[in-house]
Design a binder for this molecule. Sequence first.
Ligand SMILES: [Zn+2]
Ligand SMILES: [Zn+2]
Length: 141
Amino acid sequence: MEVLIKELKSNKCKITPQRIAVYRTIKESKDHPNAESVFNKLYSTYPTMSLATVYKSLELFVKLGLIQVINIGENSFRYDGRTDDHQHIVCTKCSKIEDIDSNIFENLSLQVEDISNYEIEKQQLCFYGVCAKCVHKSNSK
Ligand SMILES: [Zn+2]
Ligand SMILES: [Zn+2]
C-alpha cells in the first residue's frame, strides 16, 4: 500500500479511498479480474463509485507500472497485480486466467533477440486452452 501512496504522491495524483480500494482488490485477486468484476466487488462498500472511476484508476495504475494489463482479445482487458515476468493461460470456455510460473520461458527473450535484432524489453505470452474443470464439465454431459 505504501508503494501506491508514494507513486500517487510523486505523480501528483490524488489519493482517494476509491483508488486505494481498487488497488487493493487487484493486488489481492489471483484471478486477473476485469474492470467490471472489480467494480462489482467494491460497489456495496463504495456505492458512489462508478465503473468509469474503476477504469480510470486501473489505467492510472498501469501507467505508473503498479499493475499490468493483459489483453486476451476482443478488447477484453484483464488486470494483474503481479508485474514481474510471468506467462498466462486462458480458458476459452470460462475465461479464467491463470499464471504459469516456469523457467522454460527464461531464455525465450534471448532467443528472440537473436533472430530479430531487437532489444527485448518485456515478454507477455498468452496460451489458450480449456481448463480441467471445463473439460470435465463437457465430458460429463
Ligand atoms: Zn474453464
Ligand atoms: Zn498473472
